[in-house]
Write a protein that binds this ligand. Structure first.
Ligand SMILES: [Zn+2]
Length: 173
């Protein structure tokens, strides 16, 4: 209990540290992705959410997992957020945007991130079983591809992971 509390305090301190404005922005954006993830539960979808931040850190795309809601095997949060951002900006090349997602992207979404030329990926919880951004595979930093992505992992990881854990626990009951 005590160690958890201390960890949380240290975490909050780093998030509000004025010397690290990027970290604060990442944590803020992850909050928006978490909001999207929570909405997925309403349709029985695994709670994963994503947002795309534009060049001036404004939200240009949002998405949540809609695999069940739309009976779509490709209905992942990242795909929806990337499509929304491209539509909004009127271009497929998102080379000045940041993708923020609550769970480490899968093979498909890591591939889509590369195809969209996203330079920076911020992720919440790691996915040791199916993650393709450092866990099982590392598609976004594969030297054989013509584009590589900077990965910032573990942003608000505890919240992102707990949301998933609670969802699967409720499904078992
Ligand atoms: Zn995916």
């Amino acid at each position: 209990m005590g160690s958890t509390y201390r960890r949380r305090v240290r975490h909050d301190a780093s998030m509000t540290d004025p010397r690290r404005p990027e970290q604060t922005a990442d944590a803020w954006a992850m909050g928006l992705a978490l909001d999207e993830a929570r909405r997925a539960v309403m349709t029985g979808d695994v709670p994963v959410g994503a947002v795309v931040l534009g060049p001036t850190w404004d939200v240009v795309g949002r998405g949540r997992n809609v695999r069940e809601a739309r009976a779509d095997p490709t209905g992942h949060a990242e795909i929806l957020a990337l499509r929304a951002a491209s539509e909004r900006l009127g271009r497929w090349r998102l080379d000045d945007c940041t993708l923020v997602v609550t769970l480490e992207p899968c093979l498909m979404c890591a591939g889509a991130t590369v195809l969209a030329r996203i330079p920076r990926l911020v992720l919440g919880a790691w996915d040791p079983k199916a993650g393709a951004c450092g866990s099982q595979w590392d598609v976004v930093r594969d030297r054989r591809l013509n584009h590589r992505v900077e990965v910032v992992g573990g942003v608000r990881a505890e919240e992102c992971g707990l949301l998933l854990q609670r969802f699967f626990e409720a499904q078992r009951d």
